[in-house]
Design a protein around this ligand. Structure first.
Ligand SMILES: [Zn+2]
Length: 294
């Protein structure tokens, strides 16, 4: 099982890294029929990029919007669940790259929802992703800037009716990276849902997570984020790139009758452990190339 998991992870990772280097992957725009993850939580993203809808009688919460040109697909997926766009009251973001935040401006305009992010995330969203503090600054695609982003403190809660989603600052992949947790119930069975942001230490060719003359080391904060993720309440792990949490494979298993296939209380801990090895590898690479491009 460990081997199979490592192989899967390697595939998912090379996919994410290659996809980022090539700007995007075909799965990022490939249509995906919306489906229930658990209780009031639904997947409304594309095949390769997550967008999550949590519904309540008093209004709904959307997490992430995916690419700018996916906006019509995300809207159609929400409507296909019988939800009116105007019932989406809050849109939360994981991080301010175009593959997760690109469609948010359009979705906020169409729904009238307020947009929420961390302090650094809000700044990057308002810049349309052109954040000089982003490790990938200059290599990501800009997108329509989002006006009036509401800042949520670390540990802060976004409330829509009975829904409560807690922000956990997990800087590393970007300075504003945020993970979100909430509870979803089926009858009396309630589970901890964790939407954990990307933990990949990806940077522009000259960027050093371990610091240089232009900025202090990002490594201590990144490691703190990994500890945060490992300790999250986490029965069902969801990630902005669904492959990093094996989401579609687990959903397929569930749909074949393995009713608990999505549930793994160790998933956040395992994800943080994997990400620790990625960060260690990145830091080692930076130490071997003290000057110039990596
Ligand atoms: Zn990213």
């Amino acid at each position: 099982m460990k081997l199979a998991r490592s192989a899967l992870l390697a595939a998912a990772l090379s996919f994410v890294f290659v996809a980022a280097a090539a700007a995007e992957d075909a799965s990022w725009t490939q249509p995906q029929k919306p489906f229930r993850l658990y209780g009031d939580t639904y997947y409304v993203g594309t095949q390769g990029l997550s967008a999550i809808l949590i519904v309540s009688p008093q209004g709904d919460v959307l997490i992430d919007g995916t690419l700018p040109r996916n906006a019509p697909q995300i809207k159609a997926n929400i409507r296909a669940l019988g939800i009116r766009l105007g019932d989406v009251k809050a849109i939360l973001n994981s991080h301010a790259h175009d593959d997760h935040a690109g469609a948010i401006a359009e979705l906020a305009k169409a729904s009238g929802a307020k947009v929420y992010a961390s302090a650094a995330g809000a700044r990057a969203l308002e810049l349309g992703g052109k954040d000089p503090d982003d490790p990938l600054y200059g290599e990501t695609s800009p997108y329509p800037p989002i006006a009036h982003v509401q800042v949520v403190a670390d540990g802060g809660v976004v409330r829509v009716g009975e829904l409560q989603l807690t922000a956990h600052y997990t800087p590393g992949h970007t300075p504003g990276s945020t993970s979100w947790t909430w509870r979803s119930c089926e009858g009396k069975d309630c589970l901890s849902m964790a939407y954990v942001d990307s933990l990949t230490p990806m940077g522009a060719a000259s960027f050093r997570f371990s610091g240089d003359a232009t900025h202090a080391s990002r490594v201590p904060a990144f490691r703190h984020s990994l500890q945060t993720v490992a300790a999250l309440p986490c029965d069902i792990l969801i990630t902005p790139h669904p492959g990093l949490s094996y989401l579609m494979a687990r959903v397929a298993r569930r749909d074949r009758g393995d009713v608990h296939a999505l549930i793994d209380p160790q998933a956040c801990r395992a994800y943080a452990a994997d990400a620790t090895t990625w960060l260690d590898a990145r830091v080692a690479k930076e130490q071997q190339a003290p000057a110039g491009k990596l």
